[in-house]
Design a protein around this ligand. Structure first.
Ligand code: XBP
Length: 261
């Protein structure tokens, strides 16, 4: 039986990578008068590295204008990352980064049905609070039984740490939980914790193989373009009962791998 849903944040709740973190990184580079910027496509490549700080470290190793001295470089990474998060808070605080289609109604389904919700992300808690405080209101935390962020789970996805900590806070076995993710590394992190994963594709993760997920689709706001196909007209959104059907089927198949399902 499905008892809780764990939400990834970046790319899943909102298009925060393209419309939040990327412009915030570029504003930080400009504010520090650094001679480079990241294009939309370059940022897509850099997203193979999980974590904003780790992403900077990776890129600065290839920037000829970055300081060669390791201590100076580490200090610069700290400054850029801090400034990036300030700009990010400004962008999401202005309200220009809405939740993706179908997210709010699915959250409401969960509240109505008494299904617990949690946040499972390796971005910082301040970034989550900035986004959800604006989109769900100042009481946003009361909607979530667990909130696990970079501070509690420093090991980035695909490491399962963030999901294992979430399970401990929820006090539930993985079989009763479903993770909603947008990226292969996130789905792999959930699976490594024994949690079923559903993937809703985002701007930066539009395709690619996703072994072992319960369903994959384009948007929670529409039943079109999902595999397996939902039991709903394409115009309808993905609701809680559909998640429960997929989850039950997946659990059944996991218990009887050779069966008709
Ligand atoms: C998302 C990330 C984050 C953000 C930037 O992780 O990789 O690093 O891109 O945020 P998740 P920070 O999929 O776990 O939400 O700069 O705070 O790392």
């Amino acid at each position: 039986m499905l008892r809780a849903i764990l939400w990834d944040v970046d790319g899943t709740l909102a298009e925060t990578e393209r419309d939040g973190h990327l412009p915030a990184f570029n504003r930080a580079f400009a504010a520090l008068e650094l001679p480079w910027r990241w294009s939309e496509s370059r940022y897509g490549e850099l997203l193979q590295v999980s974590g904003g700080r780790e992403r900077l470290q990776h890129d600065l190793a290839m920037q000829p204008a970055a300081p060669a001295d390791p201590a100076e470089r580490a200090a610069l990474i700290d400054r850029i990352h801090r400034l990036k998060n300030e700009f990010y808070a400004g962008i999401v605080g202005a309200g220009s980064l809405p939740l993706r289609g179908g997210v709010s109604p699915l959250m409401q389904d969960c509240r109505d049905a008494g299904i617990s919700m949690g946040i499972a992300t390796t971005t910082s808690e301040a970034n989550v609070a900035a986004l959800l405080g604006r989109q769900l209101g100042p009481q946003w935390r009361s909607s979530f039984r667990s909130v696990v962020c970079a501070e509690q789970a420093p090991r980035k996805k695909p490491d399962p740490q963030v999901y294992l900590r979430s399970l401990a806070l929820l006090g539930l076995p993985p079989a009763q939980v479903l993770a909603i993710e947008d990226a292969p590394a996130g789905a792999a992190a959930a699976r490594a914790a024994g949690i079923a994963a559903l993937v809703v594709r985002s701007f930066y993760f539009p395709d690619g193989a996703l072994p072992d997920v319960i369903a994959v689709g384009a948007s929670l706001g529409s039943a079109a373009d999902w595999s397996p196909a939902p039991q709903a007209a394409p115009a309808a959104r993905i609701d809680l009962s559909q998640l429960q059907r997929w989850h039950a089927r997946w659990r059944q198949q996991a218990a009887h791998p050779g069966g008709a399902g």
